[in-house]
Design a protein around this ligand. Structure first.
Ligand code: ADP
Length: 449
């Protein structure tokens, strides 16, 4: 039985995990850097341990500091959240070797999906449709040329160790190919210490649609509908919704079933997300994330299921608490990521929050560690809050979102609230008519005007 869980993360996700623990009667241990001594997750946890200086590599990424904190406090489980060590297979393995439950999939599955070339092959072998592309790694410029001719321009070169939109370069024609290949490799080497790249057809106007799955150690796998994450800037998600305005019921059931069957074949456990690009009625696998996602609350809103609680139960060796037929998608949910950034130039804006007031009311959820007087440190990701709104229909959800965004007060720093206020009034967005390029084109047009 898990009795005490260490949260190897910070910010809103640390709070999110802490809340699940408290509801389950599990004691929580927060870890924090010196920059986060006054953070909300530290204030609310049952115990806390300072694990190092502000730089993440010396604190939130330090496996030894985190394992020592677990051992000092007697924690019997670790939840890694997202980012930081969440997709580090070696860390998951070390945790297990210390006799501590890792709240996530097995190290082998993390390793497999962390290598995007191998992941794509595994997906293909399990019956999931993939983006047409190279058979594995591109070795040199000649290899790149041969594959590009076979696939057809435009193509995208992607890092096998990729994540966060880094190490990706598009080549529209043969003259752009060599430099795209070299730049992607260099960027990948610098960001991930692994320069291996592969090639895919660059889809013209796709949507990003991902399927949430939950699996236990007994081979039960359930899919929980999809999220549409097409509103992106620099390949990073800004707003997510469930269900996708682009899918009909039979497409939803079909892709959910394909994914659940594949995940079962893989012997996967815990929460996972299979990401696709969707264009002209076709799905193309791009990657699988072996962790809790930032946007998981929209799925929670439409299914009524607490995904973090379920992850903890599975890590404790218990079976899923629901079956596929229990999953009923109800209404519509949208999440806005609120970042401490200028809303239109996206320049980071850390600093002191003088006044904080979060919206509330029916169907409104705010996941955030902010409070009046809190100082947003400059050392970490700029996301400071998530606003998740649920309605019986998409129209009701939008109406509620408009109302909630006008109530939100985060005074003292710049945030992306004004961007969201603007986006949800846009006709294309209201009609659900957007793809992965829409937001960047919208922002370009705005700067031109
Ligand atoms: P990362 O792991 O870095 O997030 P992904 O493979 O998940 O990388 O891709 C992130 C985003 O990049 C996608 O949501 C999409 O916007 C864009 N992208 C990736 N592959 C392609 C492709 N083959 N064609 C067009 N866009 C792509």
């Amino acid at each position: 039985m898990i009795e005490k869980l260490l949260i190897a993360n910070r910010g809103e996700i640390a709070l999110r995990i802490l809340r699940a623990c408290r509801e389950m009667g599990i004691k929580s241990v927060a870890v924090h850097s010196t920059a986060d001594a006054n953070a909300m997750h530290v204030r609310l946890a049952d115990e806390s341990v300072c694990i190092g200086p502000p730089a993440a590599r010396d604190s939130y990424l330090s496996t030894t500091a985190i394992l020592s904190a677990a051992s000092i406090t007697g924690a019997d489980a670790i939840h890694p959240g997202y980012g930081f060590l969440s997709e580090n297979a070696d860390f998951a393995q070390m945790v297990e070797e210390h006799g501590i439950a890792f709240v996530g999939p097995s190290p082998d599955h993390i390793r497999l999906m962390g290598d995007k070339i191998a992941a794509k092959q595994a997906a293909k072998d399990s019956g999931i449709p993939v983006v047409p592309g190279s058979d594995g790694e591109i070795m040199d410029a000649d290899d790149a040329k041969a594959w590009a001719e076979k696939i057809g321009f435009p193509v995208i070169i992607k890092a096998s160790a990729g994540g966060g939109g880094r190490g990706m370069k598009v080549a529209k024609n043969a003259s752009e190919l060599t430099s795209a290949f070299e730049m992607a490799g260099q960027e990948a080497e610098a960001a991930f210490g692994n320069g291996a790249v592969y090639m895919e057809r660059y889809l013209d106007r796709p949507r990003h649609i991902e399927v949430q799955v939950m699996a236990d150690s007994e081979g039960n796998v359930v899919h929980l509908g999809e999220r549409d994450c097409s509103l992106q800037r620099r390949h990073q998600k800004i707003l997510e919704e469930s269900p996708s305005p682009a899918l009909n019921g039979s497409e939803r059931d079909e892709i959910g079933t394909v994914v659940a069957e594949a995940v079962k074949k893989l012997g996967y456990r815990s929460a996972g997300t299979v990401e696709f690009l969707y264009e002209n009625g076709e799905f193309f696998f791009i990657e699988m994330n072996t962790r809790l996602q930032v946007e998981h609350p929209v799925t929670e809103a439409v299914t009524g299921i607490d995904l973090v609680r379920e992850m903890i139960r599975v890590a404790d060796g218990r079976p899923l608490s629901f079956k596929q037929e229990d999953i009923k998608l109800s209404g519509h949910a949208i999440e806005c990521r609120i970042n401490a950034e200028d809303p239109f130039t996206f320049v980071p804006s850390p600093g002191k929050v003088n006044e904080y007031h979060a919206p509330g009311g029916l169907g409104v959820r705010v996941d955030s560690g902010l409070y009046s007087g809190y100082k947003v440190p400059s050392h970490y990701d700029s996301m400071i809050a998530k606003l998740i709104v649920h309605g019986n229909t998409r129209a009701e959800c939008l109406m509620r979102l408009r109302r909630s965004l006008t109530e939100f007060v985060i005074d003292g720093i710049k945030t992306t609230v004004p961007l969201h206020q603007e986006l949800i009034l846009n006709e294309d967005f209201i009609n659900g008519a957007y793809d992965i390029h829409w937001l960047e084109e919208y922002l370009e047009k705005k700067t031109r005007d």
